[in-house]
Design a protein around this ligand. Structure first.
Ligand code: 0X9
Ligand code: ZN
Length: 400
């Protein structure tokens, strides 16, 4: 049975004083989902069940917290988000064509995997496929290496789909993948110097669950002994400062950290793969949604540290790349401009694997559609993700 979101709403709150922010923060555990979005001022988007709508809105009214309803009918938004606009047709004989992949629709993990296999068999010299482990439900976890063979190469890691419901992430990462492979001649300086490891969908169980049963699913699908609630937040499960702020010990919450660091086979597989290559990898990029932000460590706590200015600078390089394709993104440390949350992959990439540049990129939008970004937007967002990525790698190249 598919979860029905009839009667659910998403509202955007504007807590413009610390006191009002405290009121909005107090709702975090009780609403269906709680998403801060950092624009000129921080706003917080709340997903409300039919029962909560009246109660929460009255509380906000009484406390003088302004809000607007961004999604009046969540179920309707879900029903229309993945209609194929078909504006872009894949050319006959291409891997997208043969695997059923496109960037006018969101596709299944199976289709994404077929697309990846096709690239690795069609572009043998440039592309290598790895199975780095298996998800809780037994799906093969796939990574492609894209690069022109050579000696002493450095590497970049790019992943997507850590959070199941953030569909624009795997769609944008596969967009980057296709571009680098099919138009490799335009990226030859990048591909001669760097091997780019690309994992479009790190949490395939959650992704398929979000596609087939509950559109708003965020976590993995591992079982929690002693609880009927399923899944761990794969972005609270990494082993650097695991179990600190912003991560829950309750398996029934959206931000459950898991029973121990790296309890999930998905995070473990990526950890082991990255650790084997840690001295080669110069940059770790992980794509999420939504909010339009380039977030760098630290995420676990608001702390100043040596090297922060350089992380900020490179973040701005990425943000200008994205802006050249039409997206406005803010840059800053995850804890400072969003909220402290421990056990994130970005913090582990830096603190655990020692990768100097590490970013969580929150793709569009800023709340109009939120997680339910219509598929027609993929061809707008994909180029932003691509341009941000290549701008950052070009910056690295300039320093070799
Ligand atoms: O909370 C998260 O995991 C990320 N935001 S999302 O809305 N996509 O869930 C932000 C993670 C930022 N990094 C850390 N806090 N380490
Ligand atoms: Zn996310």
């Amino acid at each position: 049975m598919r979860k029905d979101y009839s009667g659910y709403q998403v509202i955007k709150t504007f807590p413009d004083t610390d006191e009002k922010m405290k009121i909005v923060e107090s709702l975090e555990e009780s609403v269906e989902s709680w998403t801060p979005v950092s624009g000129r001022m921080t706003t917080v988007d709340l997903m409300l069940s039919p029962k909560q709508i009246h109660l929460v809105k009255s509380l906000l009214d009484c406390s003088g917290v302004k809000y607007s309803t961004t999604t009046a009918d969540l179920q309707r938004a879900i029903e229309v988000e993945n209609i194929d606009t078909g504006r872009e047709r894949e050319s006959r004989g291409s891997c997208a064509y043969t695997s059923g992949m496109s960037w006018t629709q969101y596709h299944s993990y199976d289709t994404i995997t077929k697309f990846m296999s096709c690239l690795s068999s069609s572009y043998g010299r440039l592309v290598t496929m790895f199975t780095i482990g298996y998800s809780s439900e037994g799906r093969a976890l796939k990574v492609l290496k894209v690069g022109i063979p050579g000696d002493k190469k450095k590497a970049i890691w790019i992943d997507g789909g850590i959070h199941a419901r953030e569909w624009i992430s795997p769609a944008s990462v596969t967009f980057i993948l296709r571009e680098l492979v099919e138009r490799s001649e335009s990226y030859s300086s990048i591909l001669r110097n760097y091997d780019i490891y690309i994992m479009p969908s790190m949490n395939p169980d959650g992704y398929e669950y979000s596609r087939n049963y509950d559109r708003m699913w965020r976590k993995t699908r591992s079982k929690n002994p002693g609880s009927t609630c399923v899944g761990t937040d794969p972005n609270r499960n990494w082993g650097y400062k695991w179990g600190g702020k912003g991560a829950s010990t309750n398996p029934c919450t959206e931000t459950y950290r898991g029973p121990y660091a790296f309890s999930e086979p998905e995070t473990r597989a990526v950890r082991d793969f990255i650790l084997t290559r840690r001295y080669d990898i110069d940059m770790y990029l992980t794509f999420h949604s939504y909010g339009q932000m380039f977030l760098h460590p630290w995420g676990y706590e608001r702390v100043d540290f040596y090297g922060e200015a350089e992380l900020e600078r490179m973040g701005r390089v990425g943000a200008s790349g994205a802006r050249s394709m039409g997206g406005g993104y803010r840059v800053g440390s995850a804890a400072k401009i969003l909220y402290p949350a421990s056990g994130g992959s970005d913090d582990w990439a830096k603190g655990g694997a020692g990768i100097k540049y590490s970013y969580t990129i929150e793709l569009p939008d800023t709340g109009k559609y939120g997680f339910i970004l219509p598929a027609s937007q993929i061809i707008k967002v994909g180029p932003q993700a691509l341009s941000a990525t290549t701008a950052m790698i070009q910056d690295l190249l300039a320093r070799i």
